[in-house]
Structures are given as structure tokens and as C-alpha cells.
Ligand binder design. Structure first.
Ligand SMILES: Cc1cc2nc3c(=O)[nH]c(=O)nc-3n(C[C@H](O)[C@H](O)[C@H](O)COP(=O)(O)OP(=O)(O)OC[C@H]3O[C@@H](n4cnc5c(N)ncnc54)[C@H](O)[C@@H]3O)c2cc1C
Length: 521
């Protein structure tokens, strides 16, 4: 059986659906094929804990940040498709082992006031840091306009204007793009609590001791500019909104449809072959799975040797460090213990994502994870989901989302042996900070290999390709492959493995849709 489309998109994650919506709106016949039973990819939620069938669990993303700043919101009018989120402020709170806390508010001055409770010097430095990051954001904004692989006179002009405006920051901006985030935290801030706050947040972008990943601090710029929201009802809301926008544009979706081959014949993309040998023909194929998977799926010999090799070498959790996730469902709500009691200024830390782990523990965890060891002192962020969205569990019950940014991908002992004790140690530490764990009904713990098995994502890498200054813009996923040209005629990448990268921004989906429209024109 053969069907024909203009464009077939491999993967119904958020970028696949967004690319599909732009292309259908432009009048193309589009089919998204998704191997799973639900669309959404790493941005989904479900009732995955058998002992707690009414607790909604985010199985990947929990925080909506990048998409709030993305033109996709307006261009696809996502709000009209049932978009429902709740904003949190404070957004994060570093929870010091001694009971103190530093909250991160939308307003950087309020954040600095919180830091001042630990160090006045750091409070002043934080405001300078935010100004510097704002300069970085201006550069990113100027470079991110249009296609990073196509530099126009207008781009150069914009960049020149930003460079002139920020000339006083020139040296420090260059440092950010070359230095490790850890070095910068240690250079700029004297107090371990401030360093822990910075590293605890930036750890989500990957190993913070890698040269060039200081640019991950751009996240602070986004936090202060646009803030954070959570999807009401879990990330299923987000997936449903995208599905609704896609369906309204006339796009077609096929679930439980695993692509076994991206067919490239006579030098150009011909379509995809699904498991079960069903063939779908299309002159354009967009792969929104990770680039290594895309290379594996391509017809042998269909890609040039250099292209294929560069895709295969795109790093995915190369340092053996990647995030694991534990969700705990409880018959009780999750509330902070002493940290809230010690706040006398009325700030509700239970509305924030709690950051647990000192700067030294974060550094030690990185060393241990690299060596294939479970960190002896677990470091994580804890999102008490039901504190801002009680609909995620039955009344007065709780869901805690525990994100472990610095965790081994593979462990020397093997996960079958290491997993249960690791979870027990993590939850025991979380229970030192939050009440509610004594009502545990069940837990859902996904390591990187578990994620790979569930989603077929190489090494379970959440950003598809590791984040870093050398893998941005036209250098993502690899040097020479991040421009508008297809990998082979008609064959494009369109997921988190291309610019602007991982996270929920819709940027890759939007970018590839423009590239494909140009190609078809
Ligand atoms: C635990 C975790 C926490 C995260 N937290 C955040 C956060 O708080 N904020 C944030 O912004 N980002 C977060 N992220 C990152 C973010 O979720 C991803 O970067 C983003 O969702 C990637 O979207 P995508 O559409 O590019 O790819 P994906 O979501 O990976 O979608 C790719 C799709 O392709 C499908 N597919 C793969 N192979 C095939 C095949 N052979 N045939 C058919 N379909 C196939 C997959 O099933 C999948 O649905 C998190 C990720 C994880 C895992």
C-alpha cells in the first residue's frame, strides 16, 4: 500500500507537530508519523504509576520557558487551542542544607536581595551578571533572526549594532562563550550558596565543567525576561494544543507508526517505509528524531559518507552524564519543612522548584557520574507539581517531580542492581526537605537507558545533541550540517538536534518548515 504526501515528518514530538502545522498552513500535504501511541515526544504526561492511576505524571518536560519567548506562540495562535498554564514566582529556590534559601524571582532586584542574605558582594555581582547575560541575549537574538546558516547584510548590521551597544562588555561576553559554567560561577560569586544556585539551574544544560557551556547562563536572561509556567493538567495540555493546531491546519497524523527506513533513492528522499513494510511517498522527509537515529534510518548509501559520519559523531550524553527523572505519587501534599518556616518575609517557597545540593556536591556528582557511579550525595531539583496545579492528583494528594541533572547514563554496577538503591537514597534526601513522602503510593524512575528504550532516542539524550558553544547555530548538529541545505535532496533534520537546540521552544520545527518551503519553492 502506497500513500503520497508533499512532506512526511518522522516524529510527533513538539517540533514535528509545529513543523507540520507551518507546512500545512502553507498548503502542503503533510503527514506526521509517530512510533508511540501518543504524540508529544519528550513533552507529554500520562498516568504511568499503576498504584496511583489518578496522578498525572510529566514524563519529560515540566517547565515552559523558551516557548514563552518564541514567535510560534503568536504565529500559530496556540492560545486559541486550549493553552492553559500557571506562572510561578518565585520560580526556583536554592535550599541550603542549613535551612536558608535563595529564591529566584522574575525581578532580578528581588533575587539580588535574596542573595544578599548570604553575601552582599554576590548580590551586587548578580545584578552585573544579569546585565551581562542581557548582552548575551541581545547577541543571541540578533544571530537567531532568520536562518543561522544564512548570513545576510541585515544580520551583520544587527550584530554590529548589538556589539556597539555592548562594547563595554566585550571581553566578558567572549569569556562566557569559551569558559565552563562552573569557572564563571566561581569567578563571579564568592559564596558557595550563590554558586550552588547558579550551578543547580545551569546543570540542566549538561556538564557544567565543559568549555563553552557558560552560554547556558542565557537561561537566567530568559527567566528574568519571560518567566516560567507549568502546563495545567500536565504536559498533555501542551501536546493537545499542538495537536489541535496541527489538525486545524489540515495535517494528518499516524500513531503507532514506526519508521524503519527513510528511503533515499536515485540521490533524493522518496518517503519512508514503516514497520510492516507500508510505504509512504513524499518528496520531502523531515526527521525530528535525533540525528544519530536519522542517520541509522536513512537508506544505506543514501547519505554521503562525510554527512553520515558527522551525524553519527554528533555527541549524545558523551560524558556519560545525563538527566534521570523520578516522579513520586503520594496520598499527601508535598510541603517544605524548615526552609519555609525560616522565611519570615511571606515568600511562599512551596510555589518554587526546590534546588537541592551544594556547589561542592554538584561538582562531586559530576565527577562520579562521569566515572559511572551513582552520586554519593544526590543533587536534584524538586518540583512539587500539585502545589501549583492541584488537578494533577486527587484532592489533597501530591506529585513530586524530581529531576536529576547530574546523573550517570550508564553505571558500572549495571542499572538492574543500582536503580532501586539510588532511588531510595534520592527520595530519602528529598524527604529531609519536604513533607509528604511518607504517603508514597508509587514512583516512576526513568534513567537515560530507560528513556532510550521507551522513546528510541539515542542514549536518552534530552537535547538530542549535547549542548555547547561548538554545537550552536549553523554548527548544530555538526559543522557543515546546520545550514538550510538538506542532508540529501529532500531530506531535512527538524528536531532538537538542530538550531536552536533542546528545550521546548518550537524553534527547530519553525526553522525547518521555512527551509522546506524554500526548498519546495
Ligand atoms: C526528563 C526531561 C525533562 C525535561 N525538562 C525540560 C523542561 O523543563 N523545559 C524544557 O524546555 N525542556 C525540557 N526537556 C527537553 C525537551 O523535552 C526536549 O528537548 C524537546 O521536547 C525535544 O522535542 P523534539 O520534538 O525535538 O523531540 P522529541 O520530543 O524527542 O520527539 C521526537 C519524536 O520522534 C519519535 N520517533 C523517534 N524515532 C522514530 C521512528 N523511527 N519512527 C517514528 N517516530 C519516531 C519519538 O517517539 C518522539 O515522539 C526535558 C526533557 C526530559 C527528557
Amino acid at each position: 500500500m502506497t500513500e503520497q504526501y508533499d512532506v512526511v515528518i518522522v516524529g510527533g514530538g513538539h517540533n514535528g507537530l509545529i513543523a507540520g502545522t507551518y507546512l500545512s498552513k502553507a498548503g502542503k500535504r503533510v503527514l506526521v508519523v509517530e512510533r508511540a501511541a501518543m504524540a508529544g515526544g519528550l513533552s507529554q504526561s500520562d498516568h504511568v504509576i499503576p498504584q496511583a492511576p489518578d496522578h498525572m505524571i510529566n514524563t519529560g518536560t515540566a517547565e515552559l520557558i523558551h516557548i514563552r519567548a518564541s514567535p510560534v506562540m503568536q504565529e500559530l495562535d496556540l492560545r486559541s487551542h486550549g493553552w492553559k498554564t500557571v506562572e510561578t514566582d518565585p520560580m526556583y529556590a536554592y535550599l541550603d542544607p542549613e535551612g536558608g534559601s535563595i529564591a529566584v524571582f522574575r525581578d532580578p532586584r528581588r533575587t539580588a536581595e535574596d542573595i544578599a542574605r548570604f553575601s552582599k558582594v554576590d548580590a551586587k555581582a548578580y545584578l552585573e551578571f544579569v546585565e551581562l547575560i542581557d548582552g548575551l541575549m541581545q547577541f543571541a537574538g540578533a544571530m537567531g533572526k532568520g536562518d543561522p546558516g544564512v548570513r545576510t547584510a541585515r544580520n551583520y548590521l544587527d550584530l554590529a549594532k548589538v556589539a556597539i551597544r555592548n562594547r563595554a562588555l566585550k571581553d566578558r561576553l567572549q569569556l562566557i562563550s569559551t569558559a565552563p559554567a562552573d569557572q564563571l560561577a566561581a569567578e563571579w560569586f564568592e559564596h558557595p550558596a550563590t554558586q550552588a544556585l547558579l550551578l543547580g539551574i545551569v546543570a540542566g544544560a549538561g556538564p557544567f565543567d565543559t568549555d563553552g557551556n557558560g552560554i547556558a547562563y542565557a537561561l537566567f536572561g530568559l527567566l528574568h525576561r519571560v518567566g516560567v509556567s507549568k502546563a495545567v493538567g500536565g504536559m498533555r495540555m501542551f501536546a493537545d494544543v499542538l495537536l489541535s493546531a496541527y489538525a486545524a491546519s489540515g495535517g494528518q497524523l499516524m500513531l503507532n507508526a514506526e519508521v524503519e527506513e527513510i528511503v533515499i533513492g536515485d540521490g533524493a528522499a522518496r518517503g519512508v517505509r514503516l514497520k510492516g513494510d507500508r510505504m509512504i511517498e513524499a518528496g520531502v522527509v523531515i526527521a525530528t528524531c535525533d540525528p544519530i537515529t536519522a542517520a541509522r534510518l536513512a537508506t544505506p548509501g543514501g547519505l554521503g559518507r562525510v554527512t553520515r559520519t558527522r551525524l553519527e559523531y554528533a555527541p549524545a550524553h558523551r560524558a556519560n552524564v545525563g538527566p534521570s527523572l523520578i516522579n513520586v505519587a503520594s496520598s499527601k501534599p508535598f510541603r517544605l519543612k524548615r526552609h519555609q518556616d525560616l522565611r519570615t518575609d511571606g515568600v511562599d517557597l512551596n510555589q518554587a522548584v526546590g534546588l537541592i545540593g551544594s556547589a561542592e556536591e554538584l561538582r562531586q556528582a559530576l565527577v562520579q557520574a562521569r566515572r559511572g557511579q551513582v552520586p554519593s550525595a544526590p543533587v536534584f531539583s524538586l518540583s512539587p507539581m500539585t502545589n501549583w496545579d492541584p488537578t494533577m492528583a486527587p484532592q489533597d494528594q501530591g506529585v513530586a517531580y524530581i529531576y536529576l541533572p547530574v546523573f550517570p547514563v550508564e553505571v558500572n554496577d549495571g542499572w538492574p542492581r543500582a536503580k532501586a538503591p539510588a532511588a531510595d537514597a534520592i527520595i530519602a534526601r528529598a524527604a529531609d526537605y519536604y513533607d509528604g513522602f511518607d504517603g508514597e503510593l508509587g514512583r516512576w524512575f526513568e534513567t537515560c537507558p530507560d528513556r532510550e528504550a521507551r522513546t528510541s532516542l539515542t542514549k536518552g539524550c534530552v537535547t538530542h545533541v549535547d549542548f555547547g558553544a561548538q554545537r550552536t547555530g549553523a554548527k548544530r548538529p555538526a559543522f557543515g550540517l546546520g545550514g538550510p541545505e538538506p542532508l540529501a535532496p529532500g531530506f531535512f533534520l527538524g528536531g532538537a538536534g538542530i538550531h536552536p537546540g533542546g528545550g521546548v521552544s518550537g524553534g527547530p520545527g519553525r526553522l525547518v518548515s521555512k527551509r522546506v518551503l524554500d526548498y519546495l519553492a
